[in-house]
Design a protein around this ligand. Sequence first.
Ligand code: GAL
Length: 456
Amino acid sequence: MWRVLALLAALTLIIAACEVEDEDPIADPEEDDVAEDDIDEDPDPDDDVADDEIDPEDPDTIPDEAVEIFSWWTGAGEEAGLLALIDMFEEEHPEYEVVNSAVAGGAGTDAQAVLTSRMQAGDPPGTFQIHAGRALLDQWVEADAMQPLNFLYDEEDWWDVFPDELLDMTTDEDGNIYSVPVNVHRSNVMWTNPDVFEDAGVEVPTTIDEFVEAAEAIEEAGYTPLALGDNETWTLVHTWEGVLAATAGPELYEDLFAGEADWTSDEVVESFEVLDQMFDYVNDDHAARNWQEAAQLVGEGEAAMHIMGDWAGGYFWVDLDLELEEDFGWAPTPGSDGQFITVVDTFGLPEGAPNEEGTTDWLRILGSQEGQDTFNPLKGSIPARLDADETEYNEYGQETMADFESDTLIPSLAHNSAAPPDFTEEAQGVLEVFMSERDVERAVEDLEQAADSFLR
Ligand code: GAL
């Protein structure tokens, strides 16, 4: 009933404000779900629901029939791939209106909170970005909030085009699959500035010992050895997980998250000792920067290294227009060569999703070879599909595809795949405290306690 009243109020206002015009906004069905307080006092008849009226936190601003795509891909290094994919979708499906409903904040810092409150209020977006693994399965599948997509995999013949590891990360015990992976990002990458290394007269480190030697020389040459931006503190967990892979190796890494190993073991202790050393070499203003602002220090030649997932690659070559190998280089996080920490972005279909048909058509594009080869070269990731057209990818992408095939794959903690959300949250708290107190013993003991509560 209130919707009808709101609509009537809207119509009255619009009629009063604009004597009948050619393009009559009154006839615009997109306006019909706009709440009263969202009504522009001075409506421009050329505006549909203007982008700035769309508020992902307020479902009333999302037109009912829209295909709403919810993510945290806004701004530098994040959105070029998504926008290209949306263009492709709109070209193939002019019949749908797309709402790109994105909430800023790296790794979904803010988006995940908004999503949770919308899901709890029974207002799910049409589809939303969700990491394969524990985030999807523990959070939403277990709560019966997602629709199985087996029918879509059947229709599109997708069962054999994705690696089994990825299918497993999106499938429950009954064999129901709940999302479509669009990419594979690598977490354990270290981005480098070749000129800084040359000036300091050192090679890019491949081991932790070499890292310390190189960092000393780089500091002496007047540069910041390691760029860090922990304004959003997930970057601390991100940096540490690569170091943990290095000190623990893939088997222990997996055992730790399976709750089958001791978090106070030597290897975990060592990971914090190394992190402690690394933090001695970071930029003074680390707490004021986000990941892009830290990556920029490497791009601009003020810092030598930055440990960040390969969305930073997309940021370098799309947004900053930097040349591969000339302006920036890359290597695995020191000591983690041969391991590939996966970060897999997927999209699913929540129960009660508006415009199911349109959303399913979006998922078809997202999972298609052409869709993936459009999205990933811009995003910095590799396609989740095995039949990608490699020529669409630059040298970084091609090298990463080869590593994905040969390396040991392990899931990311920082990006919600390795552990249940409660543990991940605790780990983030542990890393925040560690950054200020640098107390190794406390960090491992707190993690051991968290493991007892959430992993065993
Ligand atoms: C990750 C996500 C990536 C990228 C990154 C930085 O969690 O999987 O696609 O967006 O966060 O925000």
